[in-house]
Design a protein around this ligand. Structure first.
Ligand code: AMP
Length: 282
């Protein structure tokens, strides 16, 4: 497994593979791996000749009062895990390599960034789209794998790829969960034992939504939302950031339940903001 820290180093290796006609599968990450990240790498491996991952905690997608500084990092452990999967190259640039000077060009995807995390984290998706565009230009992947865990992020990247003609296929990988259902996240490490118990409210609320739609036949989104709100509020240490129930494609809220339906949640458990989502299909 090659580990490179510069754009130049990455391009040399990529050019070598490209000249032999080998395809490249890419998984961008912020590191501190869990099984969710590893499942994306495994999927990329099945779909391309070479697997490249990036490990970069991207400062431009964090707001001024967010957790950029304290975001968990453990590059040595990450490299071990990536090696175990059979990753071919890790691109792990320093901040100065990706942003040598102040950025004046930003990728701003409109409309689908207005709701959900876009509303509670202003500027977040501008940072995500910009860094992913830069990474695509450095790695030149044939396919790139992203997790459904960050559903809105996938839609933003797909829109960017379409609008800006990036020659890359975006693949969505399913959400990997702990045994009890909590979606795996690097941020779960912030939770105390008591908070960890409450964190299960997200997955349980999603399951409840599915039951209410599929079994009880709830047809008003407002009613569904109220039931979910009450349910989550029953768990200690929780504060709801948003409950989104709407169209998975354009990420607009709906008034009436209609399939397919995206239920997406962001909930603070203590000081930790967790997200999760479920697609309810036919
Ligand atoms: P991150 O390091 O949090 O930026 O995540 C890197 C990639 O892993 C993103 O495409 C995420 O959607 C994906 N990911 C994060 N958590 C999970 C999970 N529990 N299951 C599947 N994919 C995930």
């Amino acid at each position: 497994m090659k580990v490179v820290h510069t754009k130049k180093g990455a391009r040399e290796i990529i050019n070598g593979w490209k000249s032999k006609g080998q395809t490249i599968g890419f998984v961008p990450t912020m590191g501190y791996f869990h099984k969710g990240h590893l499942s994306l790498m495994e999927l990329a491996k099945r779909k391309a000749d070479k697997v490249v991952i990036s490990i970069f905690v991207n400062p431009t997608q964090f707001g001024p009062n967010e957790d950029y500084e304290k975001y968990p990092r453990d590059i040595e452990r990450d490299l071990e895990l990536a090696r175990g999967i059979g990753v071919d190259m890790v691109f792990a640039p320093k901040k100065e390599e990706m942003y040598p000077e102040e950025t004046k060009t930003w990728v701003q995807v409109e409309e689908i960034t207005e709701n959900l995390c876009g509303r509670s984290r202003p500027g977040h998706f501008r940072g995500v789209a910009t860094v992913v565009a830069k990474l695509f230009n450095i790695i030149l992947p044939d396919i790139a794998v992203f997790g459904q865990k960050d559903f809105q992020q996938i839609q933003v990247i797909k829109q960017m790829v379409k609008d800006l003609d990036f020659p890359v296929k975006i693949v969505m990988a399913p959400i990997i969960r702990e045994k009890d259902g909590l979606a795996m996240s690097s941020r779960n490490t912030y939770l105390s034992n008591e908070e960890r118990k409450s964190a299960l409210c997200l997955f349980k609320a999603l399951e409840l939504s599915k039951r209410l739609v599929m079994e009880e036949g709830i047809s008003e989104v407002a009613t569904l939302k109220e039931r979910i709100r009450e349910f989550i509020q029953g768990f200690p240490y929780t504060k709801i950031d948003y409950i989104f129930i709407g169209d998975p494609e354009n990420l607009k809220e709906r008034e009436r339940v209609e399939l397919p339906l995206l239920v997406a949640l962001a909930v603070y458990v203590g000081d930790t903001r967790l997200i999760d989502n479920m697609l309810i299909e036919g």
